[in-house]
Ligand binder design. Sequence first.
Ligand SMILES: Cc1cc2nc3c(=O)[nH]c(=O)nc-3n(C[C@H](O)[C@H](O)[C@H](O)COP(=O)(O)O)c2cc1C
Length: 178
Amino acid sequence: MTKRIGLFYGSTTCYTEIAAEKICAAINKMLGPQTVQLHNLAFDSVLLMTKYNHLILGIPTWDYGELQEDWETQWDTLGTINLRNKHIALFGLGDQIGYPEWFQDALGYLWHRVVRLGASTKGEWPNIGYDFIQSKALNEEKNFFVGLALDEENQFDIVDDQICQWSSQVVKEFGLSP
Ligand SMILES: Cc1cc2nc3c(=O)[nH]c(=O)nc-3n(C[C@H](O)[C@H](O)[C@H](O)COP(=O)(O)O)c2cc1C
């Protein structure tokens, strides 16, 4: 195992893919080229997660609080992986105005899944500045999302800053700061 970070994502209309590429670029800039390895779950298996100590997982919410299709396809396989001793940060894509009662729900489902599999999770993100009714991606105190919550539909103008800030936060919380 090395300092490399595996970034696994599913993306139906490419927004999560673009965010994944931006996170990859931001972290590689800090830690060196090829630190982050991208894995699109349309082509790669979740079983490849076992190769890494540090993981970043990206998931959009679809169809009124459902998992994105590539995550859904590999959900049972994910349940067979031992994630003990793995440090995992998550990010989600959602639409708080179009789907205010299901905002980022899939991020919450994925967080619960990896915690049950033993992972230590990082990268919580304050829920200040959002406008939604309900989300399964909030922590117990309801003041933080369990990962970075991005909304390309309604907050495209701040997404790049959020990604930049969160990427630095995750590198620190992973203990990988240069
Ligand atoms: C049919 C449809 C259903 C959606 N359902 C939700 C939802 O329940 N909750 C949410 O937060 N966002 C929802 N969204 C917004 C998507 O998560 C958002 O567009 C996201 O950026 C898509 O990411 P992707 O392009 O990587 O697949 C939905 C979008 C569409 C088109």
